[in-house]
Structures are given as structure tokens and as C-alpha cells.
Write a protein that binds this ligand. Structure first.
Ligand code: SR1
Ligand code: MG
Length: 422
């Protein structure tokens, strides 16, 4: 079927014809429809009963192009099926952190999902300097459960291989391969640089051999290590929060890839918030230091909480299963040794992916609001240079940064450095 964007009345009539959705929303004539999407890919509508505003849903529809660019960048609408399948799978694994899907239509490339009306996008919350007391606990739980239960540590090998094949997501993986791992390291026409960013800093991304090798390793890992079902785009714009709850939305980039890619995306975005805090904090008239430390505490809490819960799920599963990943006579010591080795590698890869994700947000085409909303060109460039220095260190030193506290120290050191060339 050809793609057609709905008018408000068409969408209201469409939803009214789906009994389950009509039961949630009420009569089509009472519905207000507002297009609110500000993401890069899709249309997003809030549909609300004007007489009973608590009766509200989100409708998400994939047009046959990248919204950020328009028809000049065609994309298949089938991406919506990946998103629906991933939301359902993650929702089954971690229902407290994933919005409900009420209805999906693969012919209209849309879905109807739970409206999180009392939550805000985490990126905006971080720009506003809000603390969320349960954030690290919630995100570490989400990561541990989704990453463990999609992997060969839990699934039977035949089921896992079928799942890998069903989740192949060529088009959206290609976007990541290009925009995260390739173009930012080249003089590519899609790159967008802020004007005050020194040329020497850009040059370094292209010529620093250690950095290029590290980024190449991460690209290879992304393309070849089908470890588990990933969210695939887990930045702070894909998370909705309030004081009590945390939801992970928008998994259209889901595919079987390296576990550390999701954790790295989250770490990268916390670090981007960290390095830009000085600006946003001072604009608000607040001392940024306390919030900077809160951001680092989230990074530490997410990694530590994730690794504890992931190991606990792994141990618990093996204690009850006949199938152990590391079996044999020396089973228990070898298994614990392997788990420790596994987590060290996971941290190193997390840092490598975080580095790539930070670099792409500074020099690539799709940026983040905590940086782009800084109107002072010099202040912005200074923050960008710090982000790039941190990203480079994460990539190049990923094997020697062996615990997350060291990463926090690295970030603090870079924030305190006097930069002379901006
Ligand atoms: C061209 S799409 C740009 C970015 O938006 C998404 O959120 C992904 O991060 C993608 O790379
Ligand atoms: Mg998205």
C-alpha cells in the first residue's frame, strides 16, 4: 500500500474503527489529534479525548523517507515492523520500562501505543538540570534483562539463530554504520561542524591512527557480533522519565548486535550532558558542579547496576539449567573466571562505542540539543573539544580503563583541563 499521511479527521476515524483503541479513547468525534514528532525518522501524533484528557494514546507512523532529510533520503516503511517487534519483545522482558503497544498495522506502517503523559524526554530533563532518583536503577535493570535474555547465555542456540535472522535490519543498521562509524572520520558532505571548532581538531579525527584503528574495531564489532537483541539507538532522547518511572521508547534500530552498543550509547549521552552542563547550569544561574557529579554517578550506577544484575541473571539461569556456557569439571571456578573476563570485555567495548557515539554527535549530521542549543559559538566549541577529547580517550584507552570509576575520573580531568586552542 502507498504511504499516506493522515489528516486529523482521517486518523480519528481510523482509530475509531479499531475496537480496542476505541475502547481506550472514546468516540472519534471527541478526539484531538496533534502531530508532535521531533525525531529524525517518523511522524508521531498525540491523540486525546477532548472531554476526558486522560484518555490518550500515541500513534507513530513511518513515512517512506527519513523525516530529517525528506524524500531525498528514501527509507522503507517496514522499519515500523522492527520497532513493533522489538517493543513487544522488550515489553515481555521488562514490562515496567517499556510502553505498551495497543495496535500495529503493517499495511499503514503505524502503531498505537501507550501515552506517557506525565513523563518527559530524559535529554530535556537533563538540560533542565532535573535529578531522577530511580534512573540508574531502572536503566540498569532494563539493560540487564533485555541484553541477557536475548543472548546465547539464555536462549537455546537454534532459537537464538532464528531470532537473529528475523531481526535483520539492513537499512537502519546501514545508517548507523555510515553515520556513527564512517562519515564522522572522513571529510564527508553529510558532516556538520560548528563554525568555531578548530580545524586541527577535525583533522585529528581523520589522521590519528590509533583513533581510526579503534573506530574500525568498533565498526567491525557492530557489524559482526550478533550477541543479543539491541535497542540500537539508546540515547537520552529514547528514554522517558519522571521521579518514579523510566520508559525506553523508539527501538526502530533494533537488531542483533554487540551488547555494549546499547550501554555505550547511554554512557555517551550522559557524557555529552556532563560536558555541556557548565553552559546550561550557568544559564540557569546554578552552580553546575553538583549536577555534573550527579550525571557521573548515573553513569557509574548504570554500569555497576547492570553488571551486578546481568551476572546474577546469568548465575541464576545456569544454576537451574542443564546447559551451561562454560561446563566441565572445573565448572564453577572456570565459569566465574569467564564471567569476570566477559564483563571486562563488555566494559572495554562499551567505552569504544561511547567514544564513537560522542564523536558522531559533534561532527556528524544528527546532533543533540544540549550542544546545539548553546548560542555562544566559542562556549559551544570548547564543550565540543572536551567531548572529542573524552571520546578519543575512551576509544584509544578502552582496554586500560578497567573500571567505570576511572572513566568518571577521566571525564573530571578533561572538564578541568585548560584548553588554549579554542
Ligand atoms: C539520519 S537518522 C539520524 C539518527 O537519528 C536516529 O536517532 C539515529 O541515532 C540515527 O543515527
Ligand atoms: Mg529514535
Amino acid at each position: 500500500m502507498e504511504f499516506e499521511a493522515f489528516t486529523a479527521s482521517e486518523l480519528a476515524a481510523y482509530l475509531g474503527a479499531i475496537p480496542k483503541v476505541r475502547a481506550l479513547l472514546g468516540e472519534p468525534d471527541d478526539l484531538d489529534v496533534a502531530e508532535v514528532g521531533d525525531g529524525n525518522l517518523n511522524y508521531v501524533y498525540f491523540v486525546t479525548n477532548a472531554k476526558a484528557p486522560q484518555r490518550s494514546v500515541v500513534v507513530k507512523q513511518a513515512p517512506p523517507f527519513l523525516r530529517l532529510v525528506g524524500k531525498a533520503w528514501p527509507l522503507s516503511c517496514q522499519r515500523m515492523e522492527h520497532e513493533v517487534a522489538a517493543l513487544r519483545r522488550f515489553g515481555a522482558l521488562c514490562p515496567q520500562h517499556v510502553p505498551k503497544v495497543y495496535h500495529a498495522d503493517s499495511k499503514r506502517f503505524l502503531m498505537v501505543m501507550q501515552r506517557l503523559a506525565s513523563h518527559c524526554i530524559l535529554r530535556q530533563g537533563l538540560i533542565n538540570g532535573i535529578t531522577y532518583p530511580k534512573l540508574a536503577a531502572h536503566l540498569s535493570t532494563y539493560l540487564a534483562h533485555t541484553l541477557f535474555y536475548g543472548s546465547d547465555l539464555f536462549l537455546a542456540p537454534d532459537i537464538k539463530k532464528q531470532a537473529v535472522s528475523a531481526a535483520v535490519n539492513v537499512e537502519l543498521c546501514r545508517i548507523t554504520e555510515d553515520l556513527v562509524f564512517t562519515f564522522p572520520f572522513e571529510d564527508h558532505p553529510s558532516n556538520v561542524y560548528s563554525l568555531a571548532l578548530p580545524l586541527s581538531v577535525l583533522e585529528r579525527l581523520r589522521t590519528n591512527e590509533a583513533l581510526r584503528i579503534a573506530a574500525g574495531d568498533m565498526k567491525w564489532a557492530f557489524m559482526n557480533r550478533a550477541e543479543t537483541l539491541l535497542h540500537g539507538d539508546l540515547h537520552t532522547g529514547s528514554i522517558m522519565v519522571n521521579e518514579e518511572e523510566t520508559f525506553v521508547i523508539d527501538p526502530e534500530f533494533a537488531f542483533y548486535g554487540p551488547m555494549s552498543f546499547d550501554i555505550g550509547a547511554l554512557l555517551a549521552n550522559l557524557l555529552l550532558a556532563y560536558f555541556s552542563r557548565d553552559w546550561h547550569g550557568r544559564v540557569d544561574g546554578r552552580d553546575p558542579a553538583a549536577y555534573e557529579e550527579w550525571l557521573l554517578a548515573q553513569a557509574i550506577g548504570i554500569w555497576n547496576g547492570f553488571s551486578e544484575q546481568f551476572m546474577a541473571l546469568w548465575r541464576d539461569h545456569e544454576s537451574r539449567s542443564e546447559r551451561r556456557f562454560i561446563g566441565g569439571q572445573t565448572e564453577s571456578r572456570a565459569a566465574e573466571g569467564y564471567r569476570a573476563h566477559f564483563m571486562r570485555r563488555l566494559l572495554a567495548d562499551t567505552l569504544g562505542f561511547a567514544g564513537c557515539k560522542m564523536i558522531r554527535r559533534i561532527v556528524g549530521m544528527a546532533k543533540v540539543a544540549e550542544i546545539t542549543r548553546i548560542p555562544d559559538a566559542q562556549a559551544r566549541a570548547l564543550i565540543e573539544v572536551r567531548c572529542l577529547r573524552c571520546a578519543e580517550a575512551l576509544l584509544v584507552e578502552r582496554d586500560t580503563l578497567t573500571d567505570i570509576e576511572q572513566v568518571a575520573m577521566l571525564a573530571r580531568d578533561i572538564l578541568r583541563e585548560t584548553l588554549t586552542h579554542v
